[in-house]
Ligand binder design. Structure first.
Ligand SMILES: Cc1cc2nc3c(=O)[nH]c(=O)nc-3n(C[C@H](O)[C@H](O)[C@H](O)COP(=O)(O)O)c2cc1C
Length: 325
């Protein structure tokens, strides 16, 4: 097989690090071999309080692997993706291997291009419904990667889920360890290569909406604003659960987020209920029969927010073998 031009791996890695991660911890490392990129979970960057099992970190690694793969595909390379390929190395989340050439599709190129525009938008959404065609596209994106996206307005689960978000937010606000960890990673200066900068936070809400974004992500330098009352919420599920399902869910989540970006939609996360055991169990019980819930997304139209920084690719990369890219 012909070797890829070095710039192709470089671009794919630059795409990989644009993936979302909890508090922008970027819990990944990459190892580049002549025809393979490995995505490793970086345990030192797993949130010890919010994410002790590394669940959210595996979602982030899956998202990074999706970005890698879609960039290679958009550049005409076929890829073979294996999730948790080595039982002896549970930190090896994904391998993406080059598998010859293929003609890229317009859909692949559209998603690859959206990687550099996608961002978490914590600002108020506009009062404009997400049209049926966009919903279909988002659901299809999840299915393409072995996930399932359930919109809550259609399911009668909206109120109980919104209530779990509020309960978890209250529990976390009372927990000094949680507050300490969140404070460490948020309200950063815009030049910080990791963590969530103030510039990526939303204005404080005026009044109470049905769902609450994290209070720790408010930018109190901004005047209060009214938020949408009932944003569209989507839960991403997989049939199975456990580490493998979490990596897969991360890939599906990223395809959904990039599809949303390509459709002109803003997205943000409501992860609070996944991060306290009681609300996580209640959430799983609500979706019993449908699948294992992994993440909760808020989706709608909004004005774009700022992109956040990433550590340079060279800081998260190891090169092996005959790779001089
Ligand atoms: C698994 C996961 C959970 C997240 N949970 C939240 C959350 O609860 N609230 C929030 O505002 N952002 C959340 N985020 C978004 C990250 O903070 C965001 O991806 C990171 O700061 C990088 O910014 P970007 O997405 O704009 O590139 C989450 C991201 C991931 C991958």
């Amino acid at each position: 097989m012909s070797r890829p031009l070095p710039s192709v791996f470089d671009q794919a890695l630059a795409s990989a690090v644009r993936a979302p991660s909890p508090h922008n911890t970027q819990p990944w490392r990459f190892a580049v071999r002549p025809d393979t990129v490995e995505v490793w979970l970086d345990r030192e960057r797993v949130l010890a309080v919010a994410d002790p099992a590394g669940r959210e970190a595996r979602l982030a690694c899956g998202a990074a692997a999706f970005n890698l793969q879609i960039c290679l595909r958009a550049n005409g390379f076929a890829t073979l993706v294996r999730m948790l390929p080595d039982p002896a190395e549970p930190a090896l989340a994904v391998t993406v291997r080059l598998d010859g050439n293929q003609k890229s599709t317009a859909a692949e190129r559209r998603l690859a291009e959206a990687v550099f525009r996608r961002h978490t938008n914590r600002r108020p959404l506009l009062d404009k419904a997400v049209p049926p065609a966009a919903r279909v596209a988002l659901k299809a994106a999840a299915l393409d990667e072995g996930g399932q996206l359930e919109f809550l307005d259609a399911s009668g689960r909206y109120t109980p889920v919104a209530s779990l978000v509020r309960q978890a937010e209250a529990l976390q606000a009372e927990d000094p360890e949680f507050r300490r960890e969140t404070a460490f990673w948020t309200q950063r200066d815009a030049s910080s290569p990791d963590g969530v900068p103030k510039t990526a936070s939303g204005p404080p809400p005026r009044g109470h909406g049905v769902v609450s974004l994290r209070a720790s992500h408010e930018n109190r330098d901004l005047p209060e604003r009214e938020y949408e009352r009932e944003p569209l919420l989507g839960v991403l599920l997989t049939r199975d659960h456990g580490p493998y399902a979490e990596v897969r869910a991360g890939m599906a989540m990223q395809r959904v987020l990039l599809t949303a970006t390509a459709e002109g939609l803003a997205t943000s996360f409501l992860s609070q209920p996944f991060e306290t055991p009681r609300t996580r169990e209640a959430l799983a019980a609500l979706f019993a029969g449908l699948g294992q819930p992994h993440t909760l997304l808020r989706i709608g139209y909004g004005y774009p927010a700022r992109l956040t920084a990433r550590r340079p690719v060279e800081d998260v990369l190891t090169r092996h073998g005959d790779v001089n890219a």
